[in-house]
Design a protein around this ligand. Sequence first.
Ligand code: PLP
Length: 385
Amino acid sequence: MVDLGRWTRAARAGLGSDVAHGAVVPPIYLSSNYTFHSPDHPRDYDYSRAGNPTRDVLADALADLEGGAGATVVATGMAAVTLIVEAFVPVGGRVVMAHDAYGGTWRLFTMLAAAGRLELDVADLTREPSRAEALSRPAALVWVETPSNPLLRITDIAAVAAAAHANGALVAVDNTFSSPLRQQPLDLGADLVIHSTTKFINGHSDVVGGVAIARAGEQAERLALWANALGLTGSAFDSYLVLRGLRTLDARLRVHEENAHAVAELAAAHPAVRAVHYPGLPGHPDHDLALRQMSGFGAIVSLDLVRGRPAVDRFLDGLQVFHLAESLGGVESLVCHPMTMTHASMSPEAHAAAGITEGLLRLSVGIESQDDVIAVIREALDRAR
Ligand code: PLP
């Protein structure tokens, strides 16, 4: 019996599971409810907020790929963050959050802290002494995002997990930028993983979705219970689309990464660029850690332009192939200006602390022809000089 690898399991998730007609591709169950055999005898499913067969195929596939005991598929990536807070952080509990987490995550945790729901410490978890300081006191939850959005900083998951566990904290990792095919936080000691499946896992920019995965069975059950109670679960149709996207994740990632690497190398040698943030470049401050912790470097490349905001405008003026838009991880190339777009909800002080400058652009490099991608970025950088 062949022990099938992750890439094969991603491509084949749920295939052949249909018991009614032997459909190769699992069908979509759109029904909101299911008949009971009799008042005391429900079937496997009763109501689609609580459980849905199509959603379960996706959840099982993602739990398997991350090496978790179970997964709960929810409506958005932010719903996955919310779910983890509600399921695992008691009222007034202390949360340590990475200082350059996605702007929406930053907004949610700071709003919850302002409302008195939790106590928040924001810290640079990539460096000492700030990491040791932040993790030296008891906490309910440590929130890690690696690589981080938009600066592609790398956090040592195993080191954070060891320090956090010593103080009784659970560790959640936002694995959106890597996908389960490039980084396995649970194997590195994390307790929980979330994804915005909106991004690479779906990969076609036509679904907003999320998932939360737990290493331990008891915690996985808690996620399912709270998602149903809070009403956060994802739709059957979205689950079907995300499952379809998941099948090509490995093939897409390989082309994404080849193109992203070429863009990063081009930008690193261009005079219009002050800094390139891409963990695959040997000059990245945590390249060695990325090599140890990840099996690929992903498709997000951020560029800090020497001439700041005016250069950003010149870069974008007439840019081909790359759409100016907020998301990432789709087959199409996208560019975003984090300060005014994805990370606009952060305060100027938080921008400064995280290193988000006026000249920073985040590229989500798609799977178009590498020659075309390189040619349009070269032209744009020449304009931005
Ligand atoms: N985590 C990361 C790293 C993200 O980039 C995003 C969205 O951009 C989210 C979480 C939130 O996901 P969603 O937009 O699906 O709610």
